[in-house]
Structure formats: C-alpha cells, structure tokens
Write a protein that binds this ligand. Structure first.
Ligand code: ATP
Ligand code: MG
Ligand code: MG
Length: 591
C-alpha cells in the first residue's frame, strides 16, 4: 500500500538512486562523534528517511501521513526509516508521550525496533543523544566566526530583526571576537548567566530577504530538567539548529517535512555546509523536501488545540473516540489499514490539503465490509409482544431456534444462532401508529418480516398514562420462518431487525458525530471552541444478539442496518458491554 505512485518525492528518490546517493561513506554506530561520522562507509544504494516527532503530545491523523510517507518510502526503496524523538525542548516533553508515540507507530504497522535490512541495532533514535556533538559544533561555529553570543533583550532582538519590508539591524554584540564569544558561550553552559540573559546566534546576514537567515538563534539558556540528560545541561539547542544536525548524524538522505519549513531550508543547508567545511560532518549531506500538511475536516490537527480540548474538558481524554489523535481514532474503531489507506489515497503534493472525513469513513467501510461479522443490535429499544405466540408454538416457554450467516459472503465465518420468543426488542422507529407515506414497517394492519425469523402482523400498541408508546402488539403468521419451505408464500415489503427479550444482551451504545459543526474549525473569525458540536456524543442503552455475549475489546462488527461498531477498548467488559459506533453503512450526517 504505497503512497500514490509517482509523487514528486518518488521522482526525486528514483533520480537519486539512479545517480548514486553521492558518497562512499555511511554512518555506523551511535551518532554524535564527528570522526566516526566521517570514517564510516556509506551504502550508496540506500535511502534513509525519518519520522521525527517532538514527544510533547499525542500523535494525530496528520502525523499518520508523515509516518506512512517516511516509513513507506524507506520500505519501497529498500532503505531505512528512523523513528527519532526530537527531544531538544526539555520543558514540554515527557516519557508518557514517548511511549504513546512508539505504540502508535507500531499500531499503524511500522517497525522501529529493527533495521529493515536485519543488521544489528534498531531504528530508534533520540536527538538528545547528540547534545555533546551539537555543543562542539557550536564552539566550532564560534571559532570560525560564524556565531556570536547576543545579549540584547528579547524585545530588542525582535525589533532589530526587521520584517518582510525592512532589513534587520546588526546587534551591538555582533562584532565580538571569537575568543570573547567562546568565553561567553562557556559561561552560558556553566550556568553563570540567568535564563534568557543571552543567546548564541548564527552570524549570517541581518539584511537577508529570508528572515530565517537574519542571524537565527542556535542556543538558549534554560534551567530545566530533561527526561534523558537530566540536569547535565542548562543550555539547549534551538530546533532549527538541532534538526539539520540530527539528520546529518543519522545519515538521513531525504529529510521530508511539512511546507511551513520551506523557509528554513536555506539555513538547514547553510549550517550543514559550514559544519562540513569544518570537518565535523562528511559528505553527502541530507536534503530537505517539503510536502503539504494533511488536515481532516470537522476536526482540528494542532497539538495545541487538541491539548486545549482535553485540558478544558471539551472531550474526556486524549483517547476520546471523537479526537483525531491516533489513540482516539483507534478507540473509535478505525483500523490501521483504514488510516493507512486514507493517507495514501490523498497523495503527496505541495499544497496543504483538507480531506473530508467521508474519505476516512469510506476507507473504514472498504476494510471492514469483507471481514466484520454481522450481528443484530437494537439501539433505541421498544418492546414487541406477540399475542398469539402460545397458540402458534404450543407454549410461551417455547424457544424457536433461528440462525443467520456471520457474513453474507464468507460461509467459513460460520452461522450465528439465536432464538425467537414471545417478547422481542425492536427499534423504536420501526413502529408508527399512523404511517407516513411509503412507510413499510410496523403499523396496525401491516405485515413485516423479522429478519431471519418469522413474519408478524401488527395489531396495535400499548401506551402509558402520558400517552407514550410502551409496547407494540403483533401476531405471528404461522409457517413463515425464514429458510423453511413456504416461508415466502406471504409477500411483505418491510424487513426489520430484532433481538429476543429472553436472551438479549444489554449494552451501552456510544454514538458519535462530528466533533465540530464546521468543516474547517477555527479557519474563520470564530474561536474554534465556539464551533464544537454540542451533540457529538449520544449514549443509549440497548441490546445485541446473544452471539455477542463475550466479545473482546476492539472486536468490530457490522450491526445490520446501523453501521460499524467496535467494543470499546477501555470501558468494554463482558458484564457491562460498551460498543462505539465507528461509522454508518453509507455516507451521511448522524445516521
Ligand atoms: P503540531 O503542529 O500538531 O503540533 P508538529 O508538526 O509540531 O505538529 P511534530 O511532533 O514536530 O509535530 O511532528 C512530527 C512530524 O509530523 C513532522 O515532520 C511534521 O512535519 C509531521 N506532521 C505534523 N503534522 C502534520 C500534518 N498535519 N500533515 C503531515 N505531516 C504532519
Ligand atoms: Mg514540531
Ligand atoms: Mg507544531
């Protein structure tokens, strides 16, 4: 299931493979050591990509795109894809997220714990393992006159950066000697200065039309505990400095990122070229390529906004089945295959794309249609009483055995057994005291078939004092059982689903709708929080057929006429079953 053939990245990779990846050196062993980097042989026939999440939140559907793209390209071209935790920002990162990210990459079907070529080691990397190298590289840049310590206030620094129409202004600290800068930088490292007192900046060009080239910051002072390096450092590299180095040390050939990094590419190239000139990195150097982000309609895919939804209680948790996080989508019941098929169907382009939720639902149906067992479920139950049951079957205690295939096209999945009795549960919407035009289900005087059971004729209903319907009354038409000779002698137009009251399994149904009421939440003037759908979750107490008495969490079914459901992986218990609605049988709102 490769991403659409012939995307522009494939074209680039194929060209590069044809021409050879340009070097005779390959990185081997633990990155971080410049001499080893330069000495290691490079497999000129092998591409390397990476998926580099920052472990500061849960992965969402947009990340799935990047995961499938990077791992998919490496697989298709016999290369390797690294799972690299971009953990250079100490404050926001947590082990919980590292673990959750690993789990989701594996759930999507990709391996980071082994090399694709089965050589020793894994494809798991941490950017924080390169802090020593990054520090040495910074000292090199200072010595080469390519970096300086700036003591301007953050406000002055911002003001002196200029903007799209105005060139920046050189910092008064820009012309310090390398020796002065080196001393200051070592003081930064040694904790002599307060957080935020100064930064290390690249010395490039304050008049560059690309604002990212106006002496970008490389290091800042931040006294924060790091999940990997503890309290060893009180200075931390900036993302824009760290990321190219990480790629180079890991011998990434194609560094694929989203479009917003396009303006960073000149600095990426500048930095790696300078470090290569200094002998800290060897050729060939990685190249960055950008592609359009994937956005899913009716949800948000920004970690900040997702965090807000959780922290302010708009949803229950990161894995709330309404969330576009991968943990949430998994809990909702989406299969890894459906998510992969969805991101693959959207291709790789240079435009940010909004993908309609219906594309995902279509992929889910395509995946489950051929394999999910069928079952009957009653979601909004109403009692159906068969008033002539004892006459037809001899006694009220008689149980008339019925069966149906688990899947209409897969006999090997076997038969489901259930039984018919004097009281059944049917859907509330399957009875109308006064039928509307074209209504073919139960109304007084009309006959319908109870699917895989008998034909019944409606005779009326019972009501409570308030006038609400509490039960439907009907008689069984003898000798009409499905699958028996003569069953079709009576022609009926309506077929309805049911579960016998004596063996119905009581369950909770969680029926989900779009999390937001508009396709592009937050895109207009309104705060995205005001666009939350207040009816995104509806819970009902209903019934399923007895064959579902003890299913495992995450078991998926097609409930006839209702759609695809999954046993909730967190709350489902044999003694208290919970089924989430994944999606309906066809496209449409709510249903
Ligand atoms: P967010 O903006 O939601 O916080 P991020 O880009 O900051 O996401 P990272 O952990 O840095 O999150 O992302 C890891 C990788 O996933 C990056 O290479 C990033 O470009 C990619 N990625 C993130 N969101 C999307 C998206 N919507 N579509 C495609 N790729 C994405
Ligand atoms: Mg990021
Ligand atoms: Mg971000």
């Amino acid at each position: 299931d490769a991403l659409k053939p012939n995307n522009f990245l494939r074209t680039i990779i194929e060209r590069d493979l044809e021409q050879g990846l340009g070097g005779e050196r390959r990185w081997a062993g633990q990155p971080g050591d410049a001499a080893a980097h330069a000495a290691a042989p490079l497999d000129a026939a092998k591409i390397r990509t990476r998926f580099p999440p920052e472990p500061n939140g849960y992965l969402h559907i947009g990340h799935a795109k990047s995961i499938c793209l990077n791992f998919g390209l490496a697989r298709d071209y016999g290369g390797e894809c690294h799972l690299r935790f971009d953990d250079t920002n100490p404050e926001k990162e947590e082990q919980e997220y590292v673990d959750a990210i690993k789990e989701m990459v594996a759930w999507l079907g990709w391996r980071w714990d082994v090399k694709q070529d089965h050589s020793t080691g894994s494809n798991l990397y941490y950017a924080s393992n390169y802090f020593d190298f990054m520090y040495r590289a910074a000292e090199y840049l200072i010595e080469a006159g390519l970096a300086y310590v700036d003591e301007q206030t953050p406000e002055d620094m911002r003001a002196n950066r200029g903007d799209f129409t105005t060139p920046g202004t050189n910092s008064p600290f820009r012309d310090r000697t390398p020796a002065e800068n080196l001393a200051r930088f070592r003081e930064m490292r040694d904790g002599t200065h307060a957080d935020g007192a100064m930064v290390l900046r690249a010395k490039i060009d304050m008049a560059s039309p690309n604002i990212n080239m106006r002496d970008p910051a490389l290091y800042r002072i931040r006294r924060a505990h790091h999940h990997n390096t503890g309290d060893k450092w009180c200075i931390y590299p900036m993302y824009t400095y760290a990321h190219p180095i990480e790629d180079a040390l890991e011998r990434i050939t194609h560094s694929i990122c989203t479009l917003e990094f396009e303006d960073q590419r000149p600095f990426y190239d500048w930095l790696l070229a300078r470090l290569a000139e200094g002998g800290l990195l060897a050729q060939p150097l990685p190249h960055q390529y950008e592609f359009g982000r994937l956005n899913l309609s009716y949800v948000v895919t920004s970690k900040r906004k997702l965090r807000q939804l959780v922290e302010e209680g708009h949803v229950q948790s990161w894995d709330d089945p309404r969330m576009p996080t991968l943990v949430g989508m998994r809990r909702r019941g989406y299969t890894p295959q459906s998510i992969r098929a969805m991101v693959e169907s959207t291709g790789v382009t240079k435009q940010n794309a909004w993908i309609d939720y219906s594309v995902l639902d279509g992929c889910l149906r395509a995946d489950l249609e051929g394999q999910a067992p069928r079952a009957m479920a009653v979601i909004e139950p109403l009692k159906l009483k068969l008033t002539n049951y004892a006459e037809v079957f001899g006694s009220l205690e008689h149980r008339d055995p019925c069966s149906a295939p688990a899947h209409p096209h897969h006999a090997e999945l076997g038969q489901r057994s259930f039984s018919f009795g004097p009281e059944l549960w049917i859907e509330r919407e399957d009875f109308l005291e006064v039928p509307v035009k074209g209504y073919q289900r139960l109304f007084p005087g009309n006959k319908v078939r109870l699917k895989a059971g008998h034909v019944v004729e409606c005779t009326g209903c019972e009501k409570n004092e308030a006038g609400a319907i509490t039960a439907v009354l009907a008689t069984v038409v003898p000798d009409t059982k499905s699958g028996t000779p003569g069953a079709d002698a009576i022609k009926v137009k309506g077929v309805i689903t049911w579960v016998a009251a004596h063996e119905a399994v009581p369950v909770e149904f969680r029926l989900y709708d779009r999390l937001f009421t508009v396709p592009q939440p937050g895109a207009g003037e309104a705060d995205f929080l005001t666009e939350i759908n207040p009816q995104s979750l509806r819970i009902t107490q209903g019934f399923v057929e007895p064959s579902l008495k003890s299913v495992s969490p995450e078991a998926r079914f097609q409930f006839e006429r209702h759609g695809y459901f999954v046993a909730d992986r967190v709350d489902h218990r044999a003694e208290a079953p919970v089924f989430n609605k994944i999606t309906g049988l066809r496209d449409g709102w709510g249903k």
